[in-house]
Design a protein around this ligand. Sequence first.
Ligand SMILES: [Zn+2]
Length: 121
Amino acid sequence: MESRKCLECFEQLRGRSDQKFCSDQCRSAYNNKQFLESHTVINSINRILKKNYIILSTLNSTGKITTSKNELTQKGYRFDYFTYTNTTRTNKINFYCYDQGFRELENNKITLVKNSPNAPH
Ligand SMILES: [Zn+2]
């Protein structure tokens, strides 16, 4: 017989074959930890997105509509994090961080765009 152990305290299990925990305490301790871990991941990604958002909205609110990828990188922008994309009629991809976004132009230039969630794409 395969020996089964509690996922939380590694105590030997003697109950039903689908039993995973020795007690309700161990079950909730384990689930709480899983929940906190997923929250840590979500929080660290949210921090990156928030920073991206602040960089884009600050540049956009000062009316600076064209900038360069280098300038964004210098400010700490992470190009690998965005919330969604859409494609323009001319087949350019807009990368959004919430309602603030950009699309690439030639020579490492980018143009800033804004899209409210309810606007038609
Ligand atoms: Zn246990």
